[in-house]
Design a protein. Structure first.
Length: 80
């Protein structure tokens, strides 16, 4: 699996965030791309790294391919 440098940085930031470290800004486009690859999830608390994402960072295949995102729910339009 190949991801861009900015997606890799976003994945590293999500890993740091999971470990309780302060992280830089996470680009939404990169986080969405990671979600589509099964490397991150969007939760009510924000973006989180998946097990597959953690395995990619450590170089461990984890014995399974990453799961694809099941759906993406966009934010509703702002009421005027």
């Amino acid at each position: 699996m190949s991801i861009s440098d900015t997606e890799l940085q976003a994945l590293r930031n999500l890993s740091k965030k999971q470990n309780g470290e302060d992280v830089d800004f996470i680009n939404i486009a990169d986080a969405r791309a990671l979600t589509e690859l099964g490397l991150a999830l969007r939760t009510q608390q924000g973006w989180v790294i998946t097990e597959a994402g953690s395995h990619l960072l450590t170089g461990d295949a984890g014995g399974a391919a990453p799961e694809a995102a099941t759906s993406v729910t966009p934010f509703p339009p702002k009421a005027t």
